[in-house]
Design a protein around this ligand. Structure first.
Ligand SMILES: [Zn+2]
Length: 254
């Protein structure tokens, strides 16, 4: 029953499958191929998988070689101190893989300061922003209790394309950042705050993510997020799915 409804929606959207997951971690799944096939069968066409540590970035690169998914490569705030040397390899990795479409997830995280010094985090973040700007590709932002400073750094650096993975700001911040042309990525959790963020953000600046398997279970959970966006924006699910997929395609030149 569910399957039939979704198929009808794809046909209406003129895209099969129509849904998209802007952020997950395929390298953390036991069976990557099955995860991708299951997502496709449930209606998720575009999947963007993100690195983090050096090892996970290399696993991501491997996944892109054998699967029709996209990825972003970057040293996350938690790995910033230990693995800054890897940052020098990023340009080459992006150049050798046409499915590596952004730098991420990068940013600042004040919840991991015990493991990763804030100065190291800032250094890694800024260096990777420079790389993204040189390559003219978007950055995928990880900001935990650090949104204000992250936004200031992006502003100072003149970054034009940034996706705020697992957006944790309020509606004022969402409005502000989306007016700058950034994308707000909605996680698979339901809360009053998230609803307000969706409500005030232009649908052309919204994408949906699962952050699976860390937060959502699988990339298929993006469908529920997109349906929630559709409800709040008062549009058909198929239309929301199509707009959100276009947002991703335009931003990442897919
Ligand atoms: Zn993530």
């Amino acid at each position: 029953m569910q399957q039939t409804t979704q198929m009808a929606q794809y046909e209406r959207a003129g895209v099969i499958p129509a849904f998209s997951d802007a952020h997950c971690h395929l390298e953390l799944f036991d069976n990557v191929k099955k995860t991708i096939v299951d997502a496709r069968n449930s209606g998720v066409g575009i999947i963007i998988t993100a690195g983090g540590s050096k090892e996970r970035n290399l696993m991501t690169l491997d996944i892109l070689k054998g699967n029709d998914v996209f990825g972003v490569v970057g040293i996350d705030p938690e790995s910033a101190g230990r693995e800054r040397a890897f940052i020098d390899d990023i340009t080459e990795i992006v150049k050798t893989s046409n499915r590596m479409i952004g730098i991420g997830e990068i940013g600042l995280d004040s919840t991991v300061l015990g493991r990763s010094d804030i100065h190291e985090q800032r250094f890694a973040f800024e260096k990777q922003i420079d790389i993204a700007m040189e390559l003219d590709i978007p950055v995928v932002i990880h900001a935990r209790r650090a949104l204000k400073e992250v936004a200031e750094i992006l502003e100072r650096k003149g970054v034009r394309r940034a996706v705020f993975h697992y957006f944790e700001g309020n509606e004022e911040q969402a409005k502000d950042l989306s007016k700058k042309g950034y994308l707000i990525s909605i996680p698979p959790i339901s809360s009053g705050r998230i609803k307000k963020v969706i409500n005030v953000t232009d649908i052309n600046n919204l994408v949906a993510e699962t952050d699976s398997p860390v937060v959502g279970k699988t990339p298929s959970d993006a469908i529920g997020v997109i349906e929630e966006i559709a409800r709040i924006k008062n549009v058909e699910s198929a239309d929301a799915a199509e707009i959100i997929m276009e947002n991703i395609k335009n931003y990442f030149y897919i």
